[in-house]
Design a protein around this ligand. Sequence first.
Ligand code: SF4
Length: 456
Amino acid sequence: MSTTRKRLFIKTYGCQMNVYDSERMKDVLTPLGYESSDTPDGADLVILNTCHIREKAAEKVYSELGRLRPLKDEKAASGGMTIAVAGCVAQAEGAEIMRRAPVVDLVVGPQTYHKLPELIAQAHRAKGEALDTEFEVEDKFDKLGSDRQVEGYSAFVTVQEGCDKFCTFCVVPYTRGAEWSRPVDQIIAEIRALAAKGIREVTLLGQNVNAFHGAPPSGREADGAWGLGQLVRHVALIGGIERIRFTTSHPRDMDEDLIQAFADTPKLMPYFHLPVQSGSDTILKAMNRQHVAADYLATIARLREVRPDIAISGDMIVGFPGETDADFEATMELVRQVNYASCFSFKYSKRPGTPGAAMFNQIDEGVKSQRLAALQALLDSQQVAFNESMIGKTLPVLFEKPGRLDGQLHGRSPYLQSVHVDGPAELIGQIAEVAIETASRNALSGRLVGTKRSAA
Ligand code: SF4
């Protein structure tokens, strides 16, 4: 295996699972001599790690490939540039990409990127034959191992992939395959190795993370699969790991054990992302969400009962086919009841191949825009109020890096808010108490109080 230094540029689109996948691709390629570059200019290998969630995802990939073509031509005289398309667009449209974009040397799906070294070699030998979009998720994690290169103090760890729920607006079940969970031992080994490298906070990732049902540490099927609550408690035992989060959850998979984990595991942060998408039962049914608004509200109430300091974030879609004014008002009412700390909100847009795209009762774009503006005004006011409610409180902050100003530090609160304080650089990588003095829509600031709470 050659270890000549080569430059690697990865452009990551979409969700945190793609961010994790990009990091693991770097891990796989480092032994081949690839070093990260922050520009595609002069790179030996460019990977577009694509996302299929947004509208016109494939078109965006083709435009990016168009921009890469002259760079590839320039690099032809000095070793050449290999261009790879990875991720969910690759999974959905791999063969079409190879056909339509000759600039692409290889296409790799989300479950086979551990094979990048052999696909690159194959692409160098025979252009146009390096395509791998199989669903071999178990093999992938075995091959990747637990050794990761990490920077900073927080890391994502994929624990579950895929989805069987088939919400009618979503492409994930088609691009990421059926639900699958990593074995507990494999996850724990990865997190132990991360802790040894200074990671203090882990976010357990999955398209349906709370559907997690991993093989138990004993390896014996008879002992039963572990749920996410059990996994969280086990991760909390790992020395050095101070904070645990998980995302993205589905309301239907919230079991009592996971809710109890918020009560009995202080390291599990009191900030929980639980998408609902709509407050109307009619629309939830049309979306195939398999629950009603009251179920969601009951789960939130139960979480608040067991962990009174918990804050909730969510996802909302407006303008799903058939959404009436009354349906939209039900969404607004649910938002008022939940009182979100933050919430992503989008206009519905068709994803090719999903049932929603074929529904006849699509909503006018102007109506969608009006509804989104009204919803976002409400969500913004809730977010500002939530941040302002922090003033006067003392929060533990994990300091990540220097702030923009001299002598300033930047960190994160338990609620993922950016926090700025004046303080010594030695606090970077540690958790210390901060008395919050000011708040804006996106950040808090305050002053250090007391002594540090944990050492890096
Ligand atoms: S639960 Fe629904 S929205 Fe989430 S990944 Fe599965 S199909 Fe998509």
